[in-house]
Ligand binder design. Structure first.
Ligand code: NAP
Length: 272
């Protein structure tokens, strides 16, 4: 079963950065897979192609916004016209604009989070599942925030909870396919680029943030082993344990700790 992706074609969204970029490298280097990356930033995609060196032929990319259904219809037509056989779709693209209280996020911005993190997955699955190999599948990159919600992540948490529930349902509806849900914890990526952090904050945060390459390797291992549900990162494991055994007080503990930590990162997430 471990070799099911060798030489196959994998579509990865959000391949230009962070977890998606590392996964692209791993699938190409370890499985000799052909990866079709999807993101919007051409410069970053070109840089990744260069980094792949003599394996760069295994990587191609399409630039589009995953939150728009029309783009997925166009992509499906492209796949069909070129007669490309997809074995795996990894829905990884996502955004976390900041840790902000609900009333300070406009409805429009909130919808953008839902569109990017949740509806993109609905569109890609709807249009690509019919053309994915019989024994292939779909993996959705969720978040530990779908287990316990952290203050200031209102829409993000809702979008990831929707991803978790949606994936669970698909898993039971399409027994023959591999449908996976991966829940990483805090990972050191560009997802926090728009969030201002002091040096002191960064130091505090580093204590519970996992390096991106470590998390990507764990996700890679889970996917090649066809794991249907995988929590990755030690903070995510704490979230998982608390959500299972003390769902209400567990969330109180996590949020209490974050409030007391007085980290600038969460300064707009709690009442003063
Ligand atoms: N980092 C964490 O702590 C953490 C924790 C739990 C879960 N996750 C999840 O892991 C996934 C990957 O995040 P990351 O941490 O690797 O973040 P990242 O470094 O910011 O990468 C995000 C990727 O998504 C792409 N993307 C964002 N919006 C897009 C759009 N509308 N259309 C197309 N592509 C889009 C970006 O590409 P372009 O900008 O080039 O379009 C980029 O390649 C996300 O789903 C995130 O929610 C992350």
């Amino acid at each position: 079963m471990k070799k099911w992706l060798n030489g196959k074609t994998i579509v990865i969204t959000g391949a230009s950065s962070g977890i998606g970029k590392q996964l692209t490298r791993l699938f190409i280097e370890k499985c000799n897979a052909k990866v079709i990356g999807i993101a919007r930033n051409q410069e970053k995609m070109e840089a990744l192609k260069k980094e792949l060196g003599d394996k760069s032929e295994n990587f191609s990319y399409n630039l589009f916004d995953v939150s728009k259904e029309d783009n997925w219809i166009e992509f499906k037509n492209y796949i069909t016209e070129k007669n490309i056989k997809i074995t795996l779709l990894v829905n990884n693209a996502g955004i976390l604009p900041g840790f902000t209280k609900f009333l300070d996020v406009s409805i429009e911005d909130g919808k953008k989070i839902m569109d990017t993190n949740f509806y993109s997955i609905v569109y890609s699955a709807y249009h690509l599942m019919p053309v994915i190999d019989e024994k292939g599948g779909v993996v959705n990159i969720c978040s530990s925030d779908a287990l316990l919600s952290v203050a200031g992540t209102n829409y993000y948490s809702a979008s990831k909870s929707a991803v978790k529930a949606f994936t669970q349902s698909l898993k039971h509806e399409y027994k023959d396919k591999y449908i996976g849900c991966i829940l990483p914890g805090f990972t050191d990526t560009n997802i926090f680029r728009n969030i201002e952090m002091t040096k002191k904050d960064k130091k505090k945060i580093q204590k519970f943030v996992s390096p991106c390459d470590v998390i990507a390797k764990k996700i890679f291992k889970a996917i090649v082993s066809r794991k249907k549900y995988k929590v990755v990162g030690y903070d995510a494991h704490i979230f998982s344990l608390l959500s299972r055994f003390m769902p209400i007080s567990g969330a109180n503990i996590i949020n209490g700790v974050l409030r007391k930590a007085k980290v600038d990162l969460f300064k707009d997430a709690f009442d003063k």
